[in-house]
Design a binder for this molecule. Structure first.
Ligand code: ADP
Length: 211
């Protein structure tokens, strides 16, 4: 794609609900949910790429930056670019899990046009740890099964990821109270996104009749 991907960053600590919101919004025409956790977990565990991922994620560490951003670029080329001639123009990318530190943010500056940063905020870390433990049990996640790995993920978040917020103009950042029930979080997210969605009536029907 010639230009930059129109993007919204889903930003916040592990377990804060980025994936839940991203999955719902990604079903709506005009949005494309891109989760780096899902991208990495879809790698074949026996492949070279899959082994690199496991080596880091099993310790709660970030996968190296160049490797991650290169993989992200490939993912976008194969999954997003075929969608760009949608009736309402290129979908807005909901970036979930990337950029995860300042180096990644810099590497991606030429590739994304950030329209909003949705900062999902939860003051109660214990509530998040509990969510993550439950999810690990339900989904059989190897990386989140161990309490010390979960704690390490929070340290990495505070040290490396939180500073990414300062990389973008403050007027793009919207704080979302992530401890509300999922529907309440969704309502806040929708309010934050409405101003940036292009006005467009999608064509309906095989012959392209307009509503
Ligand atoms: P989920 O949101 O589904 O819990 P995460 O986004 O936390 O998944 O990703 C799981 C693991 O994948 C991380 O702990 C990390 O090892 C790796 N990972 C995901 N995104 C990135 C990234 N942008 N840079 C480096 N590593 C990443």
């Amino acid at each position: 794609m010639g230009g930059r991907y129109p993007s919204v960053l889903l930003f916040g600590a592990p377990g804060v609900g980025k994936g839940t919101q991203g999955a719902v919004l990604g079903k709506i025409p005009g949005f494309f949910h891109m989760s780096t956790g899902d991208m990495f977990r879809s790698l074949d565990r026996e492949s070279e790429l899959g082994k690199v991922f496991l080596e880091y994620s099993s310790k709660g560490l970030l996968v190296p930056d160049e490797f991650t951003v290169d993989l992200w670029r490939d993912y976008m080329r194969t999954h997003y670019e075929p969608l760009t001639d949608a009736p309402c123009g290129p979908p807005i990318v909901l970036l979930d899990g990337i950029p995860r530190n300042l180096r990644q943010a810099e590497l991606m500056d030429d590739a994304i046009e950030v329209r909003r940063v949705l900062h999902l905020v939860a003051s109660d870390i214990d509530a998040l740890v509990e969510r993550i433990r439950r999810r690990a049990l339900e989904q059989g996640r190897h990386d989140d099964a161990d309490e010390s790995v979960i704690r390490n993920r929070y340290e990495v978040y505070e040290r490396e990821t939180a500073p990414v917020l300062g990389h973008y103009p403050s007027e793009l950042v919207v704080e979302i109270d992530a401890l509300e029930p999922p529907l309440g979080v969704l309502r806040q997210v929708v309010d934050a996104l409405e101003p940036i969605v292009p006005a467009c009536k999608a064509r309906v029907g095989a012959r392209g009749a307009r509503t």
